[in-house]
Write a protein that binds this ligand. Structure first.
Ligand code: COA
Ligand code: AMP
Length: 634
C-alpha cells in the first residue's frame, strides 16, 4: 500500500473520509442530480441506525434515465440484452428506456401502485425486468426482485414478508437445457402466501406461454397499454426513502430483506463505478450475474445507468450457451471495458477450454479489467484468467448488505499492485477492523472477525425490512459500535485484506449465497430424518456444495438410496435448483458439543479430508471415527 498521502489519491481519500466525512460525502453527492440538494451528509441522531443525506430529495430513476436524455445522450445505448439462450441481441437507447419506463410506471399507477408500496419482480434476465425496477423507482414504489432459480416456497416467503401490491413476472425462464415455467411457480407461491398480491402481470414469452387467471392476472402488453396514454413522471422522494428490498440468506431459514435507500445508494453507485471499476459515461460494463442478486442490482442496473454507461444484460451461462467462448464473443461484440463475474464462471470456462483458445481468437482489446467477486478467488483461477486475458484480474469483497465493494483494488481512483488471494484494501468510507472474540482489535496478520466500524458509508443496508430488531441482532449486537460482516480474515503488514470465509452457517455455492439452516429445515421435514447438519463441502467448480449429514429413525426401516433421492427432490422443490443439493450421508450420530451444538466445521473437515481440529468440548470423540468410516462406505 502506498505511504505518501500527498501523492496518492487513495490515501488522500481515506484521510479525508476519516477526518471530514461530511465534506467528503457531500462532495461525492454532487455527482447526483438532486431536487433538493442535501446540506447534511449523515444523520447519526438515531445511532447505531444511520441515515444519509437526511434533507436531500431526488428521484433515482431520473438520475439513471431522464437526465442522460436531458443532457443530449438519448441515442446512447443504455441496455444491451444479449441472450444466447433465445438467440437474440437487442439494444435499448436511453431514449427508448425513458419511454418504456415512463409507460410502465404509468401502468403501475393505473393499477393503484402508490409511493411506498412494494412491487415484487420475479422475472428472467429480460429488459422488461430492468424497466420494471426503474419504473418502481420512478413512482417511489419499493421493488423486490426475486431470483428465478428459487422454488415456490422461497418465493412465497418473500411474498409474505414484502406483501407486494403487485407482482411482475413472466411465463418462463430459459435455461440451457430446459424451459423453466415461472408462472406455475408463481401460482403455487401465491397459493401458499398469506399476503396474497391483488394483481400479477405476466410477460408472455414465445417459448412457453402461461395460462392467466382473468380475476388476478394481466398480460404484460395489456398492462403497458394502461400506461401508454398516461406515462408517469418522476416523483420527488426523500433521500432516506426506501428504493428496494433484496432478500438474502441468513443463518436461519427465513430470508432477510435488505433495505436500501434512494440518496445514499445513488451517491455510492455513482462513486463506485468510475473509482473502483474505472467505467465512465458511454463505456460498456458487463456484470455477468443475475438481477436477482446484489451484483445485478448494483452493477447490471443501477451503477452503470446512474453513470450514463452502457450495461450488458446477459441471459445465458458462461458455458453451454453455446460454448466456453461465449463470454469472449460478447466482450468483443460490444466492446466491453469491464467484465464482472464470479470465479466459478471462470472455472467453468477453464474446465471446458483449458487452453483459453476461445479468448485467443476473440479481439479483446476493449477489455481492461476482469472483476471477480461473490466467493473467494482461488489462486489457480486468478492465474489462469490473467494469462488468458492479459488484463488485471481484480478481486473485490462485499455482500448483499453493503451493496458495493468493502475492499477492492480501486482501478479508477488509484490502481495498486495486486496480491493474489487478497481483494486489496478497504474502499474509502468502509472502516475495516479485525476483532477477536472479545471485541478487541487484533494486529496485522492475526485472524479475527472482519467488522466495519459504524457508521457504514452511504449505499449500505438501512435495516431489515419490517424487522429492526433483526437488523440489530444480526449485525450490530456482536460487537458494539461495529457491523459484523460474518466473514473472518486478517489484514497483512501492507494493509491488504485477506478474507478467509464465513464464520456463520452461510455457504457460497457457485457464487450464490445459501443458508445451511434453510436446507436443514427441509431435510428434517422428511419423516425419516431425525437430525440434519448441512455444511458447504469443497467443490472444484462451484467452490462449495451443500452436503447433508443426517441421522434417521430406526423404525420404519427405509431404503437409504430412496431416501437420498427423496431428499434431493425435496430441497429442489422447497428451496430451488440453485441450491445444487445432491449428496447426503446417513450416520449413527452427529458430533456435538456437551451443550448439544452440532460441530459443523468438524463435519466439513471430515468430509474434505482436512486436518480436524477437535474442540475440547466435544461430547463423544468416538463419533468422529465412525463418521469417517461412514463417509468412506457411503
Ligand atoms: N431460473 C431458473 N433456474 C435456474 C436459474 C434461473 N434464473 N439459474 C439457475 N437455475 C437452475 C439451473 O438450471 C440449475 O438447474 P439443474 O440443477 O436442473 O441443472 C440449477 O439452478 C443450478 O444452476 P447454476 O448455479 O447456474 O449451476 P449450473 O450447474 O447450471 O452452472 C455455472 C454452473 C458455474 C456455469 C453457473 O453456476 C454460473 O454461471 N455461475 C456464475 C454465478 C454467478 O454469476 N453468480 C452471481 C454472483 S457474481
Ligand atoms: P452475497 O451477499 O451473496 O454477495 O454474499 C456475500 C458473501 O460472499 C460474503 O460475506 C463472503 O463470504 C462471500 N464473498 C463475496 N465476495 C468475496 C470475495 N471477493 N472473497 C471472498 N469471499 C467473498
Amino acid at each position: 500500500m502506498p505511504t505518501d498521502t500527498a501523492d496518492d489519491p487513495y490515501l488522500r481519500a481515506r484521510l479525508r473520509v476519516t477526518e471530514d466525512p461530511e465534506g467528503y460525502w457531500l462532495d461525492a453527492a454532487r455527482a447526483v442530480d438532486w431536487i433538493q440538494p442535501p446540506t447534511v451528509a449523515l444523520d447519526a441522531s438515531q445511532a447505531p441506525l444511520h441515515r444519509w443525506f437526511p434533507d436531500g430529495t431526488l428521484n433515482t430513476c431520473f438520475n439513471a434515465v431522464d437526465r442522460h436524455v436531458r443532457d443530449g445522450h438519448g441515442d446512447r445505448p443504455a441496455i444491451i440484452h444479449e441472450s444466447p439462450v433465445t438467440e437474440t441481441s437487442t439494444t435499448m437507447t436511453y431514449s427508448d428506456l425513458l419511454r418504456a419506463v415512463s409507460v410502465c410506471a404509468g401502468a403501475m399507477r393505473r393499477l393503484g401502485v402508490a409511493r411506498g408500496d412494494t412491487v415484487l419482480i420475479y422475472m428472467p434476465m429480460v429488459p422488461e425486468a430492468v424497466v420494471a425496477m426503474l419504473a418502481c423507482a420512478r413512482i417511489g414504489a419499493v421493488h423486490s426482485v426475486v431470483f428465478g432459480g428459487f422454488a415456490a416456497n422461497e418465493l412465497a416467503a418473500r411474498i409474505d414478508d414484502a406483501a407486494p401490491t403487485l407482482v411482475l413476472s413472466a411465463s418462463c425462464g430459459v435455461e440451457p437445457t430446459r424451459i423453466v415455467p415461472y408462472k406455475p411457480l408463481l401460482d403455487a407461491a401465491v397459493a401458499m402466501s398469506t399476503a396474497v398480491p391483488p394483481r400479477c402481470v405476466v410477460l408472455q414469452r414465445p417459448m412457453q406461454t402461461a395460462a392467466l387467471d382473468p380475476a388476478r392476472d394481466l398480460d404484460w402488453h395489456d398492462f403497458l397499454a394502461l400506461g401508454a396514454d398516461q406515462p408517469a413522471e418522476c416523483v420527488e422522494l426523500a433521500a432516506t426513502d426506501p428504493l428496494y428490498v433484496l432478500y438474502t440468506s441468513g443463518t436461519t431459514a427465513k430470508p432477510k430483506g435488505i433495505v436500501r435507500d434512494n440518496g445514499g445508494h445513488a451517491v455510492a453507485m455513482t462513486w463506485a463505478l468510475p473509482n473502483i471499476f474505472d467505467v465512465g459515461p458511454g463505456e460498456v460494463m458487463w456484470a455477468a450475474s443475475d438481477i436477482g442478486w446484489v451484483v445485478g442490482h448494483s452493477f447490471i442496473v443501477y451503477a452503470p445507468l446512474l453513470t450514463g454507461a452502457t450495461t450488458v444484460l446477459y441471459e445465458g451461462k458462461p458455458v453451454g450457451t453455446p460454448d466456453a467462448a461465449q463470454f469472449w464473443r460478447v466482450v468483443e461484440r460490444h466492446a466491453v471495458k469491464a467484465l464482472f463475474t464470479a470465479p466459478t464462471a471462470i472455472r467453468a470456462i477453464r474446465k471446458e477450454d483449458p487452453d483459453g483458445s476461445g479468448a485467443a481468437v476473440a479481439r479483446l482489446d476493449s477489455l481492461q479489467t476482469l472483476f471477480l467477486a461473490g466467493e473467494r478467488l482461488d489462486p489457480a483461477t486468478y492465474e489462469w484468467a490473467g494469462q488468458v486475458l492479459g488484463v488485471p484480474v481484480v478481486d473485490n469483497w462485499w455482500q448483499t448488505e453493503t451493496g458495493w465493494p468493502i475492499a477492492a483494488n480501486l482501478r479508477g481512483l488509484a490502481p495498486m499492485p495486486i496480491k493474489p488471494g487478497s481483494p486489496t484494501v478497504p474502499v474509502p468510507g468502509f472502516d475495516v477492523r479485525i476483532l477477536d472474540t472479545d471485541g478487541r482489535e487484533v494486529g496485522p496478520g492475526q485472524e479475527g472477525a472482519i467488522c466495519l466500524k459504524l457508521p457504514l458509508p452511504p449505499g449500505c443496508l438501512l435495516t431489515v425490512w419490517g424487522d429492526e430488531h433483526r437488523f440489530r441482532s444480526s449485525y450490530l449486537s456482536a460487537f458494539e459500535g461495529y457491523y459484523a460482516t460474518g466473514d473472518g480474515g486478517f489484514v497483512d503488514e501492507d494493509g491488504y485484506l485477506q478474507v478467509m470465509g464465513r464464520t456463520d452457517d452461510v455457504i457460497n455455492v457457485a457464487g450464490h449465497r445459501l443458508s445451511t439452516g434453510a436446507i436443514e429445515a427441509v431435510l428434517t421435514g422428511h419423516p425419516a430424518v431425525v437430525e440434519a447438519a448441512v455444511v458447504g463441502v469443497h467443490d472444484e467448480l462451484k467452490g462449495q456444495l451443500p452436503h447433508g449429514f443426517i441421522t434417521i429413525r430406526s423404525e420404519p426401516a427405509v431404503d437409504r438410496e430412496q431416501l437420498r433421492t427423496e431428499l434431493v427432490a425435496l430441497v429442489r422443490d422447497r428451496i430451488g435448483p440453485v441450491a445444487s443439493f445432491r449428496t447426503t450421508t446417513v450416520h449413527q450420530a452427529l458430533p456435538k458439543t456437551r451443550s448439544g451444538k452440532i460441530l459443523r466445521k468438524v463435519l466439513r473437515d471430515l468430509h474434505d479430508g482436512a486436518a480436524v481440529d477437535v474442540p475440547p468440548t466435544i461430547e463423544d470423540p468416538a463419533v468422529l471415527e465412525r463418521i469417517r468410516q461412514e463417509l468412506h462406505t457411503r
